[in-house]
Design a protein around this ligand. Structure first.
Ligand SMILES: Cc1cc2nc3c(=O)[nH]c(=O)nc-3n(C[C@H](O)[C@H](O)[C@H](O)COP(=O)(O)OP(=O)(O)OC[C@H]3O[C@@H](n4cnc5c(N)ncnc54)[C@H](O)[C@@H]3O)c2cc1C
Length: 400
């Protein structure tokens, strides 16, 4: 049984069904209900999966700006030379649902979970209860069923975005801007506040998406602050919002501790802390990791004598969070903690250096596809090519 109908639930349900398993899913709303978020991804991540046709937009002109200091015009962009895409959410949702043939979806909100001798029972707000040999919680990062250690305050990525029409183009035609960190619109006080950047893209037909983003902060920046910063940044470039077609309010945890891996409930997606702690991306990981997990569960479910829920969940946790993936996650969390201590000038310098790494290194870092030894080498290389003050910041030897 799977809880949820977001990207994580649909990814894992579709793969379980492909394994010939009998699956029931409980979700607070219909799985056909359109997802509220826009999901972006580096196009190359979809190539081995044969899913590039699910991109609604794809940009080849992909750049970032890391500025040159307050009041200066550090306007030269870094060109990524790497295609970026936004999913056509409806097409992605449809493609996954089409692979879920024959299974049962129930519009129910799970409320309590009981572990019985062999099965797991889910009690719903409606009063109905359902039993399954294994429950996979894909109800998002706010899941109240998954236990995880308390490691103190959790950093959140926050963003306020607008899809709309503008008095003049906020980015060039056919362009995607991953990070515009130019600080030339900030005054001396504002440069000491938590840094934010602009994520922006041309949708064509005079429509653009612009989003002011705080990579990770605890407590998170408020949407009002992000909105004010977005408007100020655009105004500095002589751009005003003329029509709002859609507003995006984004808030999700970046460094949620990994779930306890000895619990009788398995999780997938936000509930399983699968968001990349250094970038905030997750959809690529869902698509890559679901098939293997489903295969392992199918194997475990076929064992005779049958395994109970706790043993099945353990089989799942062992595949989902292998020792290698746990180590990589720790390295990313370490990196994020250092970045969160950086002021805006350090952060800009850090990212300008990061994108000087070879493309396969920085893209593999962001997608979490580098094997552990390679990831260590890339992190060391990043350290060595960084300016001295950033090196000292990385090892915590300067107070920033
Ligand atoms: C605005 C925004 C933009 C993002 N952009 C990107 C991006 O560009 N690229 C990327 O890779 N990642 C992005 N992320 C991060 C991450 O991919 C998303 O948060 C993603 O939606 C998480 O997927 P999920 O399925 O785990 O959880 P959710 O999408 O939160 O889905 C949870 C599902 O569970 C259901 N549910 C909740 N509680 C219960 C319950 N008790 N019983 C039954 N059902 C329940 C909900 O109704 C929902 O269907 C973004 C996140 C946000 C918030």
């Amino acid at each position: 049984m799977v809880l949820g109908a977001g990207p994580a639930a649909l990814c894992i349900v579709s793969e379980l069904v492909q394994q010939g398993l009998e699956v029931i899913a409980l979700a607070s709303h219909s799985p056909e209900k359109p997802w509220p978020n826009t999901y972006g991804i580096w196009a190359e991540e979809l190539e081995p999966l044969g899913m590039t046709s699910l991109l609604g937009h794809r940009w080849t002109n992909t750049i970032s700006y890391f500025g040159d200091g307050v009041g200066k015009k550090g306007q030269l962009p870094i060109e990524h030379n790497f295609d970026y895409g936004l999913f056509d959410q409806v097409a992605l949702q449809r493609a996954l649902l089409d692979k879920c043939n024959g299974m049962i979806w129930c519009e129910e909100t799970a409320y309590k979970i009981h572990y019985l001798k062999e099965n797991t029972e889910v009690i719903c707000v409606s009063g109905n209860s359902y039993q399954a040999r294994l429950v996979i919680d894909a109800s998002g990062h706010k899941s109240k069923f998954i236990s995880r250690p308390d490691q103190g305050p959790v950093a959140q990525q926050a963003a306020y975005g607008v899809v709309g029409r503008f008095s003049s183009p906020p980015v060039e035609k056919d362009q995607f801007v991953l990070m515009d960190f130019r600080p030339d619109h900030l005054d001396e006080k504002q440069v000491h506040e938590p840094p934010t950047f602009l994520y922006a893209m041309d949708f064509g037909d005079g429509v653009y998406f612009v989003e002011e983003t705080s990579l990770a902060c605890s407590p998170p920046l408020s949407w009002n602050t992000l909105k004010e910063r977005l408007i100020a940044r655009l105004a500095h470039r002589g751009v005003e919002i003329e029509e709002i077609i859609h507003e995006e309010h984004c808030l999700f945890p970046m460094n949620l501790p990994l779930p306890a891996r000895n619990q009788p409930l398995l999780a997938f997606g936000g509930a399983a802390s699968m968001v990349h702690p250094a970038s905030g991306y997750m959809v690529g990981a869902l698509l890559r990791r679901a098939p293997n997990l489903a295969k392992q569960l199918a194997k475990a479910l076929a064992l005779d004598p049958p395994l109970d829920s706790a043993s099945l969940a353990k089989e799942g946790w062992d595949v989902l969070w292998t020792p290698e993936l746990v180590q990589r996650h720790r390295l990313y969390q370490f990196g994020l903690n250092r970045l969160m201590s950086f002021n805006e000038s350090y952060l800009r310098n850090f990212f300008a250096t990061f994108f000087r790494l070879p493309k396969e290194d920085w893209s593999g870092f962001l997608a979490n596809t580098l094997p552990l030894p390679r990831l260590l080498v890339v992190m060391l290389r990043l350290f060595f090519i960084s300016p001295l003050h950033i090196k000292l910041g990385m090892v915590g030897l300067v107070k920033i």
